[in-house]
Design a protein around this ligand. Structure first.
Ligand SMILES: [Zn+2]
Length: 459
């Protein structure tokens, strides 16, 4: 397929932009709040809406696929030939809860356009990824009857819940989801510069409980003879890091490898901005961290182990001479590179359990875990995304390394063993907050971006 086919696709998209937006409201009206069991039927209804739309557009094998959690949606079009690449296009159709409801100007599931902005929960995050990809497909097919490359769609229904059952799902559908690249279309930019996610860290969260006596005791009667659980919590926490901040869990750094040259260049490029933003967001003059690494390396390329909260004993006003019945703490560990979340969970558990003794036992509960991931920032596939944005937004995207975690990226990368790139197709803000909106000036350009990307991939 050539420039004429691209041009014809764009013309179709441009003449249908208003109709697309009108149609988008239909999907936005379905309250697919994945995390809330009360909306279970609505989540499925959204999945079924997408399947029906896929079938209408001529996407093949369109189906709702059950997971152990919320259903996923699959569809494909694989007639571009064996020589053409296959892209797995990912987005999620579940949305965040809407509280506090009274801060919404109009109800979150009654989409409304005000001042060129389409307000609705999920308008950006992330029904935009689902819908814009479908409209790009519609445009190319309507204009040409064929696509420049093979595509598979996978739309998730539990991203906002941390993708708790997606890993076994992907594992079980490895062949169905096999592709040359996975494209994550989740969210988008909120200013005039498009954004690409360059990396995310993995995560392991855990809760450690130290149970002691059957009830809170009088420290006068039992202090000195009963082992105090809060002391144990303090001892474990103080052992987690050395004086310079290195994590002391044996083997914790075994699989940490230096970041790639391309990513290193990104770190350099963004270092100053990241530090300025860090000062602004924390109100702190001085930062902390392991010697030998820059701020941005520590924030995105080094693993961490942070205590998120400690509880136990009396914390009210004045003194209360109590010896607590139990103490506990929660941690989150951010992982990088090849650190396997299961391996780190085991190492953490073993490290903490080592503190158990005759007088106190310790319970470790791993709460969640996911892989880190580096997405493509250079090479032909990343270039296909960069060129797509450049053609439609008139700007090349800013690549951002994230200190946070997006579990699905690592799952696709590790389970399917394919490279991942990111291409957000939303534009607007208030994601996860009241009055989430899509800036409609970018709606057409984003459909164009998705179209350009597929043509660029064929080159
Ligand atoms: Zn999202």
């Amino acid at each position: 397929m050539n420039e004429h086919h691209l041009e014809a696709s764009l013309i179709y998209a441009h003449t249908h932009t208003d109709a697309f937006i009108e149609h988008y409201k239909e999907l936005l009206r379905i309250p697919s709040i994945g995390a809330d069991p009360a909306y279970r039927d609505d989540v499925r209804r959204a999945a079924e809406w997408i399947v029906a739309e896929m079938q209408r557009l001529g996407i093949e094998n369109a189906q709702v696929l059950d997971t152990q959690g919320q259903p996923a949606v699959y569809g494909d079009w694989l007639h571009a030939g064996a020589d053409a690449p296959t892209a797995l296009l990912y987005a999620h159709y579940d949305v965040q809860p809407v509280d506090p409801l009274d801060l919404w100007v109009t109800p979150p599931f009654e989409p409304e356009i005000r001042d060129g902005r389409l307000f609705a929960r999920g308008a950006i995050d992330d029904k935009s990824g689902v819908f814009v990809h479908l409209k790009a497909f519609e445009s190319i097919m309507a204009a040409n009857g064929a696509l420049p490359i093979n595509i598979k769609f996978i739309f998730e229904g539990e991203e906002e819940s941390g993708s708790p059952t997606m890993e076994p799902f992907i594992e079980a559908h490895k062949e169905l989801l096999a592709a040359d690249v996975a494209v994550i279309s989740d969210g988008g930019s909120s200013d005039e510069t498009p954004r690409m996610m360059a990396s995310v860290r993995g995560i392991v969260t855990a809760e450690v409980k130290v149970p002691g006596p059957v009830r809170d005791l009088h420290s006068g009667s039992f202090g000195g003879v009963v082992h105090n659980p809060t002391h144990m919590v303090g001892k474990i926490i103080s052992a987690l890091h050395d004086d310079e901040g290195r994590i002391r869990i044996p083997g914790f750094y075994d699989d940490v490898v230096p970041v790639s040259e391309a990513q290193q260049a990104l770190i350099k490029e963004n270092e100053e901005d990241a530090i300025a933003k860090g000062h602004e967001e924390t109100g702190l003059e001085t930062f902390w961290g392991v010697p030998g690494f820059t701020y941005y390396e520590r924030a995105t390329a080094q693993p961490t182990c942070d205590v998120n909260g400690i509880s136990g004993g009396y914390q009210g006003k004045g003194a209360k001479t109590v010896l607590p019945a139990e103490a506990s703490f929660k941690v989150s560990m951010r992982l990088v590179d090849n650190q396997d979340p299961n391996d780190i969970a085991e190492k953490f558990t073993a490290f903490v359990n080592n503190f158990a003794c005759d007088t106190l036992k310790i319970d470790v509960n791993i709460l969640s875990s996911s892989w880190s991931a580096e997405t493509l920032v250079s090479g032909p596939i990343a270039q296909a995304v960069i060129d797509a944005y450049a053609a439609t937004w008139g700007k090349t995207p800013k690549m951002e390394r994230a200190g946070g975690s997006v579990p699905i990226i690592g799952m696709l990368q590790h389970v399917l063993d394919i490279p991942v790139t990111s291409m957000g197709l939303g534009h607007g803000t208030n994601v996860h907050s009241p009055n989430e909106y899509y800036d409609l000036a970018y709606f057409g350009p984003n459909v164009d971006t998705a179209i350009h990307f597929l043509f660029n991939m064929a080159k």
